[in-house]
Ligand binder design. Structure first.
Ligand code: NAP
Length: 309
């Protein structure tokens, strides 16, 4: 690994794989670090994706990622299922270190590390994580056959989780801090029409109760201030995501929420030869198709940068 690579892509998912497809077709021999546990990104934890163009019958999230991965590999991208754990992006030659201790050097780096689940921020949420508290219905829903579970959140993720959980649970209660959902109409309508789903409005979860595993939630009504306890077998937290930019602090410019700043309209960061795409950058759209689009842009920006050097 002592060669200087043209481009290293950090992170997979629609942005990273699309960048890899374009960079590979441009003969840049990209190396893509997919992540050791997060390979494929957030879509690996979803079920059916109904809105990715080209799939009128829908496509399973993991299948879509497998296809993008195979397409990148077909054109010569080198896929590595490991993490980048250290980076020095400041110089003309970027230096990256992976989880196996290999050091890589590259002229250009594309950052596509995506986002991670947001937590409510309660002490017991963390303590009971994996013991009743989960962020992924497709991963853990199976354990809640004939149980009663809560889903916190009012966006598309929460509706998707709630609908999916009704395959297993007898009752799914969506707890939302406002009276109106943020979710798209189609997802909201589907949840409202599902007889197994109930809603508790204007309410926040203030504690997760249970010793070995969770058995109840402490709730507060935000209009009346009234607090109550309600028994649940599981809690699924679906309140959005945060950019996975920890490794980049002190390297590239981030905004106040931790998203990588780019020169609009482009994927260029403040460092020459460093580009960023996908959920790591995007506050607004956060769709598989928009992530793929910016992955394409990052590869084109990197290609132009390399051609100019
Ligand atoms: P989101 O749209 O940002 O919604 C987050 C929800 O969680 C909001 O309802 C928010 O409440 C609530 N929330 C945030 N912080 C909270 C806290 N600390 N405590 C309690 N509630 C909290 O996030 P998302 O649902 O993950 O969706 C992100 C993007 O992915 C969206 O663009 C969405 O369309 C997309 N997506 C699409 C699909 C699909 O099309 N199949 C599926 C999943 C996600 P407020 O409403 O009060 O802010």
């Amino acid at each position: 690994m002592s060669d200087i690579h043209q481009v290293v892509i950090v992170g997979s998912g629609p942005a990273g794989y699309t960048a890899a497809i374009y960079a590979a077709r441009a003969q840049l021999s990209p190396i893509i670090y997919e992540g050791s546990v997060t390979a494929g990104g957030a879509l690996m934890n979803t079920t059916e994706v109904e809105n990715f163009p080209g799939f009128p019958a829908g496509v399973m999230g993991p299948d879509l990622m497998d296809s993008m991965r195979a397409q990148a590999e077909k054109f010569g991208a080198k896929l590595i299922t490991d993490d980048i754990i250290e980076m020095d992006l400041s110089g003309e030659i970027k230096v990256l270190k992976d989880g196996s201790g290999n050091e890589l050097r590259a002229k250009a780096v594309i950052l596509a590390t995506g986002s991670a689940y947001k937590e409510i921020g309660l002490e017991n949420e963390k303590r009971l994580s994996g013991r009743g508290v989960s962020w992924c219905a497709t991963c853990d829903g199976f354990f809640y056959r004939q149980k009663t579970v809560a889903v916190v959140g009012g966006g598309d993720s929460a509706m998707e989780e709630a609908n999916f959980l009704t395959r297993f649970a007898d009752k799914v209660v969506v707890i939302h801090r406002r009276e109106a959902l943020r979710a798209s109409k189609i997802m909201a309508d589907r949840a409202h029409a599902n007889p197994k789903i109930e809603f508790i409005w204007n309410t926040e979860v203030i504690d997760v109760l249970g010793e070995q595993s969770m058995n109840a939630l402490k709730l507060r009504n935000l209009q009346t201030g009234e607090e109550s306890e309600m028994a649940f077998d599981g809690l699924f937290v679906a309140i959005g995501h945060l950019p996975r930019s920890e490794l980049l602090i002190g390297q590239v410019d981030l905004d106040l929420e931790g998203y990588v700043k780019v020169d609009e309209r482009s994927t260029r960061t403040n460092l020459k030869g460093v580009f960023a795409c996908g959920d790591l950058v995007d506050h607004t759209y956060r769709q598989a198709i928009t992530a793929a689009g910016t992955g394409c842009e990052a590869a084109l920006d990197a290609e132009r940068f390399l051609a100019g050097h």
